[in-house]
Structure formats: structure tokens, C-alpha cells
Design a protein around this ligand. Structure first.
Ligand SMILES: CC(C)(COP(=O)(O)OP(=O)(O)OC[C@H]1O[C@@H](n2cnc3c(N)ncnc32)[C@H](O)[C@@H]1OP(=O)(O)O)[C@@H](O)C(=O)NCCC(=O)NCCS
Length: 174
């Protein structure tokens, strides 16, 4: 199967909502789905499309500060899991964010302190993609859904010279 990863765009909620609704093990709370759909419509969203042009997965990005962004919501259709689509969308997101000077990417997910096989797989994806656990927020989403904050430093593209790691290394060596 050939997958095309689109550039980030807004106004894509109607294509993404059916993907969320088809994953009740992850997105089972109606109020949250409704809020996600409103958010996706406004946020830059990367869509992965199959040969027919249908959406196989998506990733919406929220930029909180000039240097810091969040994977706000992401999902791949269950029949396409583990085929590299999540990895490909993240690569596109990182490329896009890095050119804008974003240095750090965060994602919030269910903490392992609540046992859930589905979210264990999600965390394995984030870990494989280089995200590190930073902090648990036990009550952010209510006591039944402890939140784990994970972060990933991004490679600097187009960052100011003074904060590029290579530039720091060069100064230290010099
Ligand atoms: C999480 C999700 C977006 C990942 O997308 P994906 O296309 O299935 O992931 P990829 O195939 O790109 O996986 C990349 C790597 O992550 C790791 N990984 C992904 N799924 C995994 C699993 N079920 N078990 C173990 N490792 C896994 C692997 O290292 C994998 O590389 P490999 O297949 O070469 O070993 C997708 O599984 C999904 O939609 N899950 C349900 C919704 C969800 O969890 N959304 C996030 C809510 S916070």
C-alpha cells in the first residue's frame, strides 16, 4: 500500500472524526471526541492518505510557544496500525516544526499507573519515536485517567545560531 503524507493544513475535522470514532479503546468519551473534533478543525493537521485519497491517519499539532509544540491528537485506522504511518506522520511534523524554530515537542497520554493494554501500545509507539516520560499529572484528566507527559527534543533547523547545539559545541571546543 502506498501512503501519501500531506503537508499540515486546517479544516480537516470531517475527515478525521470517523477515524477517532472507529477507535473506541482509545477515544471512548463522547465529550472528548466532540472537543477533539472542534480542535482538529482549527489546528494544523497532517493527514496520511491511501492510494484512493482516503484518510488512513492524522496528527494535529498545537504550538504553545514559539519553541514548544504538542501532538494534540493523533490516530491511525486500526487496520493500518504498525505499518509505519505514525512514524511517517511524525517525521513530517518534526520537519515542519523544526523549520519554524520549534525545539521541543510534547505529548500527553494515559499514564502506566492505570493498566490499559491499548494505551500500553500507544506508549510503546511514543517511546520508539524518542519521547521520554517527563511527569505524571494524576488529576489533570480526572483520577480515573492519570496523565503522563512525554517530551522529545527536536533537531534544530533554522534556529537562531546562538542556541544551535553545533554552535555551542564549536564554541566550547574553540
Ligand atoms: C499510536 C499510533 C498513532 C501509532 O501509529 P502506527 O502507524 O501504528 O505506528 P508505526 O507503525 O509508525 O510504529 C512505529 C514504531 O512504534 C513502535 N510501535 C508502534 N506500535 C506498537 C505496538 N503495538 N507494540 C510495540 N511497538 C509499537 C514500533 O517500534 C514501531 O516500529 P516497528 O513497527 O518498525 O517496530 C496508532 O497505533 C494509533 O492510532 N493508536 C490508537 C490511537 C492512539 O493511541 N492515539 C494516541 C492517543 S494519546
Amino acid at each position: 500500500m502506498t501512503i501519501r503524507i500531506d503537508e499540515p493544513a486546517t479544516g480537516l475535522a470531517s475527515e478525521c472524526e470517523p477515524i477517532l470514532r472507529a477507535l473506541p479503546d482509545w477515544f471512548g468519551i463522547e465529550q472528548s471526541i466532540v472537543q477533539y473534533v472542534l480542535d482538529i478543525e482549527q489546528l494544523p493537521t497532517i493527514i496520511a492518505r491511501d492510494e484512493s485519497g482516503a484518510a488512513a491517519g492524522f496528527m494535529s499539532i498545537k504550538q504553545h510557544f514559539p519553541q514548544a509544540a504538542e501532538l494534540h491528537v493523533l490516530a491511525v485506522r486500526a487496520e493500518h496500525h504498525r505499518r509505519g504511518i505514525g512514524r511517517a506522520m511524525l517525521a513530517k511534523a518534526e520537519q515542519w516544526l523544526a523549520t519554524q524554530g520549534v525545539h521541543i515537542l510534547q505529548v500527553k497520554t494515559l499514564s502506566p499507573s492505570r493498566v490499559c493494554e491499548a494505551y500500553e501500545r500507544t506508549r510503546m509507539f511514543y517511546e520508539a519515536m524518542g519521547f521520554l516520560p517527563l511527569e505524571e499529572f494524576p488529576k489533570l484528566w480526572g483520577e480515573r485517567n492519570p496523565c503522563l507527559l512525554m517530551v522529545k527534543p527536536l533537531e534544530a533547523h533554522g534556529a537562531p545560531q546562538s542556541i544551535r547545539p553545533a554552535a555551542i559545541g564549536a564554541r566550547m571546543r574553540g
